[in-house]
Design a protein around this ligand. Structure first.
Ligand code: SF4
Length: 275
């Protein structure tokens, strides 16, 4: 999948474009002060993936100053450098992983081998959210790598997308014993982490894999058979619930329904890109 302009999806990331104004001042001290003010402002608003670390700010300031001195490139080329924001998203995800640490916040910590944080492109258009790690995922500390994971990977590839172009995570990050469903209190304890991943990555579409993920994210009790196939909303992001790959392994006749759901996802991405 080619990259698209992302102006409408990361307004906070575009905010440093205020440096256009400060560049006109042609004064390095003012540039630095204005940048620091802007960073502080957005940090106080609660944004966590702005380049708020001191060294990153200095890097930005240095880049802007250099470009300004050369007088050859407009400041907004620095502000709109996708690489800069990807670094920030990666930093934010790394910080979230650090915050989770060796989590003991719920009883699922007792039987796990590894926390399965999630993986994929920090700039993914599609984010898949499953319910929780299984045996293989627990061993490898990676999401969807078992038999069901292979089915998911095949589905992604058949859509013309590489697996590492999407982001994959789960509602709970530790394997429930015996692959039972995660319980309500376990979900409510862990779900803020996937919500933060979504907030950082800002995918254009979230695909909920299976009932547990869809009900947890969408805060509904409706069965997956009624939820799937229509777009719903999570914090302004389109959500397509569909069947879990493990269900599809047991019920291959329903694979075409998930294929249909994914076609709608591709159509949605196309429409967003054309807007
Ligand atoms: S499932 Fe989530 S909340 Fe529970 S121990 Fe694992 S990381 Fe912590």
């Amino acid at each position: 999948m080619g990259r698209k302009t992302r102006n409408e999806k990361a307004p906070l990331a575009r905010q440093p474009v205020t440096c256009k104004k400060v560049l006109r001042m042609n004064n390095h001290t003012v540039i630095r002060d204005e940048l620091l003010k802007a960073m502080t402002f957005y940090r106080e608003l609660g944004f966590e993936f702005l380049p708020s670390k001191e060294e990153v700010i200095h890097t930005l300031i240095a880049g802007i100053t250099t470009k300004n001195e050369k007088g050859s490139e407009p400041c907004n080329q620095v502000a709109e450098s996708p690489g800069a924001y990807m670094v920030n998203k990666k930093q934010a995800l790394d910080a979230l992983r650090d915050e989770i640490g060796d989590c003991q916040r719920c009883r699922l910590s007792n039987g796990r081998k590894n926390i399965v944080f999630g993986e994929g492109s920090v700039d993914a258009d599609i984010m898949f959210v499953g319910e929780g790690p299984g045996r293989d995922e627990d061993i490898q500390a990676r999401p969807f790598v078992g038999t069901a994971g292979k089915l998911l990977t095949n589905l992604i590839v058949k859509l013309g997308i590489k697996r590492d172009e999407v982001y994959i995570a789960n509602i709970v990050k530790c394997r429930p014993p015996g692959n039972r469903n995660p319980e309500e209190d376990e979900i409510s304890t862990c779900i803020p982490f996937v919500a933060r991943q979504i907030e950082i990555i800002q995918p254009r579409v979230i695909v909920c894999l299976g009932r547990i993920a869809a009900q947890a994210l969408l805060k509904t009790g409706k069965p997956i058979s009624r939820l799937r196939g229509d777009f719903l909303d999570f914090n302004g992001i389109a959500v397509m619930p569909t069947f879990h790959p493990a269900y599809l392994l047991r019920n291959p006749k329903d694979k075409w329904l998930t294929w249909e759901d994914m076609q709608k996802v591709l159509e949605k991405l196309k429409n967003i890109a054309e807007q």
